[in-house]
Design a protein around this ligand. Structure first.
Ligand SMILES: Cc1cc2nc3c(=O)[nH]c(=O)nc-3n(C[C@H](O)[C@H](O)[C@H](O)COP(=O)(O)OP(=O)(O)OC[C@H]3O[C@@H](n4cnc5c(N)ncnc54)[C@H](O)[C@@H]3O)c2cc1C
Length: 535
């Protein structure tokens, strides 16, 4: 079978770089990747021969860029400031340390098997770029139980409603109301008699209504008497939660959580921690990331690029020279690095506002499983937003319980509090939802992403921190457009430069776009200078 990659190789061998460039344009390859594809541009294996690319940062964007560039024949030097790869895809295990600007160092103390995904923790099934690299490199995945009907919506006054009751009782009441309106003719202007005839049975099923279209409760919300052996116990549905009680719970809208496209089952997590996909990609690089190499200075000429970096572990300064740079350093960090970027680029970098996000993890005995909660989320609102139960290690003795995951303006305010106060709040909320168990939650770890060195935030808030969520798929700011273009021989790649800045898939798409931009420059140069094409 002729793949696009070897078709292009043959065209290049027969007709030279100019013809290959034209072929690539006509196949729409540059255009596709620049638009942010989850599939890389299929470049010939010797495309980058003799060219050296310096990739700055070994998060998902840098790793994917390095891998795809190497596959296309480039020599790649991957510089990473931390002592590990993965960037924000950071899995904290027993004994690891967590450092934040202005805070004391925390050390993880987890029971065997427990770990904390401090950054990303789940992958939607439609993020096929991420799932594709996991498959390609043999990184095992397991189901991440993102929602549980046994979890709760919990109000600040201590009241809590099981998610199954919140969803099904609300549906019952709404179906009853709608059926009543239809039967009383209130919607005769809006629907035809034929639609009415079809809608009424649908509502009966949707809300589990009685034959007279009233809602009296449903087994879907749970039993008051569970079914037993023989005739000892017949099943009886629980009485419905009164409508005013449902409406009084400020977390009721969270019953729609699992309807959000990014949160829909089936969701995944790599076995053993989210960093495993990054680790798997690095394992397949020809030249591994150079760790503890903090980039200090970036320069470029018409002929090449130069990066100065400091070895933060062994000491000493190094200068690396190359033909191109793929820069994946998060913008708040890059803004503080000495570069010779043109002023509009520097201004755009400095102008990217980053969001805030906090997580708090505890080591705990699995008390939630005794309440039939296996994975999923209880929504609590307030400063901590949720309690997120682990999907792994079911029925083992202990596990990692997430007692807070809050982002946006509220997270900004909470991050100003001492860590002890943040922990006390999270523990108190757990105790309110699972009475008596706050004290069981030990060895806390707090991460305020705005204070994490080499990140300085979880993701950009392109539409402003105060405006809240909803930026996915709708980012079109002048600074965003500018940074999506090369500046000379430097191209930027980052989840921040995708339409999903809060997802690794965006970082991967941006890396593919960066590789396509470099390929375009290589082609342009080869066409302009036939000696280079022949080289
Ligand atoms: C709390 C939280 C929850 C999230 N949840 C999810 C989720 O469930 N699913 C999902 O898919 N995504 C999630 N994300 C988003 C995801 O983590 C990011 O989109 C993605 O990891 C960003 O990758 P990146 O390569 O663009 O940046 P990064 O991962 O930040 O990589 C940049 C790299 O540059 C390095 N660097 C920085 N400064 C220097 C320097 N001076 N010199 C050299 N190297 C440097 C950094 O150390 C880092 O390795 C979450 C993120 C956070 C913070």
């Amino acid at each position: 079978m002729i793949t696009r990659r070897n078709l292009l190789s043959r065209i290049g061998a027969a007709g030279g770089a100019g013809i290959m460039a034209a072929a690539m344009q006509s196949l729409g390859l540059f255009g596709t990747a620049a638009a942010g594809a989850s599939e890389p541009t299929p470049l010939p294996a010797d495309f980058g021969k003799g060219k050296h690319v310096i990739v700055l940062g070994a998060g998902i964007s840098g790793l994917v860029a390095a891998y795809e560039l190497e596959q296309a024949g480039f020599v790649v030097t991957l510089l990473e400031a931390r002592g590990r790869v993965g960037g924000r895809a950071w899995t904290i295990r027993d004994g690891d340390t967590l450092e934040m600007n202005g805070e004391a160092t925390q050390t993880a103390k987890f029971s065997p098997g427990a770990y904390f995904n401090a950054g990303p923790a789940r992958l939607p099934s439609f993020h096929h770029g991420m799932l594709g690299y996991a498959r390609k490199f043999g990184v095992p995945l397991e189901v991440e139980v993102n929602s549980s009907r046994s979890a709760y919506i919990a109000a600040a006054d201590g009241s809590r409603i099981r998610m199954r009751a919140a969803i099904n009782d609300t549906r019952g009441y709404i179906s009853e109301l709608l059926a009543k309106a239809i039967n009383q003719g209130a919607l005769d202007q809006a629907i035809t008699p034929e639609e009415k005839a079809k809608l009424l049975p649908l509502l009966k099923g949707y809300g589990d209504l009685k034959p007279d279209y009233t809602f009296k409760g449903t087994e879907r919300s749970g039993f008051s008497t569970p079914p037993g052996a023989g005739t000892s116990s017949f099943a009886e549905a629980a009485a419905p939660v009164p409508l005013d009680t449902l409406l009084a719970n400020p977390q009721l809208p969270m019953m729609q959580f699992e309807d959000a496209l990014y949160m829909q089952a089936t969701m995944f997590e790599p076995v053993g921690g989210m960093d495993q996909i990054s680790v798997g990609i690095e394992r397949n690089l020809k030249r591994r990331a150079i760790r503890n190499m903090e980039v200090q200075r970036i320069r470029q000429t018409t002929k090449g690029v130069e990066v100065s970096a400091t070895d933060t572990a062994g000491g000493g300064s190094y200068v690396v020279k190359g033909d191109y740079i793929v820069c994946t350093i998060p913008f708040p960090v890059l803004a503080k690095i000495d570069t010779d970027f043109p002023k509009p680029i520097k201004d755009a970098i400095a102008g990217v506002e980053y969001d805030f996000s906090n997580k708090i993890a505890f080591d705990a005995p699995r008390f939630w499983e005794r309440e039939q909660i296996y994975g999923g989320i209880t929504f609590t609102g307030g400063d901590t937003s949720l309690i997120w139960y682990p999907s792994t290690g079911l029925h083992s003795e202990r596990g990692m319980l997430l007692g807070c995951y809050t982002s946006g303006a509220r997270a900004r305010e909470v991050a100003k509090q001492p860590l002890e106060q943040q922990i006390a709040t999270a523990r108190a909320v757990i105790d309110r939802v699972h009475p008596g168990h706050g004290v069981d939650c030990i060895n806390p770890l707090v991460i305020n992403w705005s204070k994490v060195p080499y990140s300085l935030g979880p993701w950009p808030a392109w539409n402003g921190v105060a405006t809240g969520p909803g930026q996915e798929g709708h980012i079109d700011k002048p600074g965003f457009r500018l940074l999506c273009q090369p500046t000379g021989r430097v191209v930027f790649a980052s989840a921040a430069l995708s339409q999903t800045p809060g997802w690794q898939e965006g970082g991967l798409q941006s890396a593919h776009a960066a590789v396509a931009m470099i390929a375009k420059q290589v082609m342009a140069q080869a066409v302009a200078d036939p000696r280079r094409a022949a080289a």
